[in-house]
Design a protein around this ligand. Structure first.
Ligand code: 0L1
Ligand code: MG
Length: 261
């Protein structure tokens, strides 16, 4: 019988992040770890962050696009927590010295104006709860060696959440067609990937509805003011010292990050 439990798994992942020491997947040691228990580990990890002084500021979805699902070899979207410690101010370098092996991906980000509570949330209902839309970049940093994990592993690890940056312009949802909103991902001045908002579950509002309905299964509603990262539009690219990465959107504007030297 396994000696692992929710508390020991959460402690292990919390310590791995704090000490910048990647480890093998939890499921190598705890093969019985299932999805429901993995979300309990994720919640216990959040509790540790809050006990350490962080505040909950929203949620992220992960693996909502085919590009991300194919790259990570996992076909199911997932949700995870965002805290204020993950906010990277625009123009600030990615603090590589605090991270393990960060990667960068472009995202469409919502800020909620109303509470959103499943089940039964449709994309239209989800969109009506959105106050603002932003261009965004997420910096992910798996606590597992080489970003290799199963679905329960990555759920337990808070979906590799690490940092996120918002673009400088706020948009009303009614002013945008997010299905057609295009994004070019540029590294060092060269376009390396592109996608439109349709890449995220057909429409980023579908991802938001998915999050509201899946969190409802755990008795959780999405609160006004929360950020919602709807998931990487493209595959992620590695952050390196001085390497400039730009997510340039058609209407949302552009977001630039660079790894600290
Ligand atoms: O890429 C990963 O580490 C998987 C989880 C996060 C994916 C995402 O944020 O879209
Ligand atoms: Mg992401």
């Amino acid at each position: 019988m396994s000696t692992w439990n929710v508390e020991s798994a959460a402690r292990t992942l919390f310590d791995a992040e704090a000490s910048r020491a990647a480890r093998g997947p939890l499921t190598d040691d705890w093969p019985e770890l299932d999805l429901a228990t993995a979300y309990e580990v994720q919640d216990a990890l959040l509790a540790k962050k809050i006990a350490a002084g962080e505040q909950l500021v929203g949620i992220k979805l992960g693996l909502t696009s085919r590009a991300k699902q194919e790259r990570m070899g996992i076909g199911s979207p997932l949700t995870a927590w965002l805290t204020d410690a993950m906010v990277l101010e625009a123009g600030k370098p990615i603090p590589l010295g605090e991270l393990i092996h960060p990667r960068v991906e472009p995202e469409i980000v919502f800020v909620l104006g109303e509470r959103l509570s499943g089940p039964g949330v449709t994309a239209a209902k989800a969109m009506s709860a959105v106050k603002s839309v932003y261009a965004g970049i997420e910096v992910i940093d798996s606590r597992y060696l080489d970003f290799e994990f199963t679905l329960p592993d990555v759920v337990a690890d808070n979906a590799s959440a690490s940092r996120f940056v918002l673009g400088g312009k706020e948009f009303a949802p009614a002013d945008l067609d997010l299905v057609l909103e295009a994004c070019l991902l540029q590294v060092g001045g060269e376009v390396v990937d592109s996608a439109t908002g349709a890449a995220v579950q057909g429409h980023p509002a579908e991802a938001l509805a998915l999050a509201a309905n899946s969190l409802a299964g755990r008795g959780i509603a999405l609160e006004p003011g929360w950020f919602v990262l709807t998931g990487g539009l493209t595959d992620a690219v590695a952050a390196e010292p001085g390497r400039q990465i730009v997510a340039e959107f058609t209407h949302l504007g552009s977001v630039t990050v660079a790894g600290a030297h």
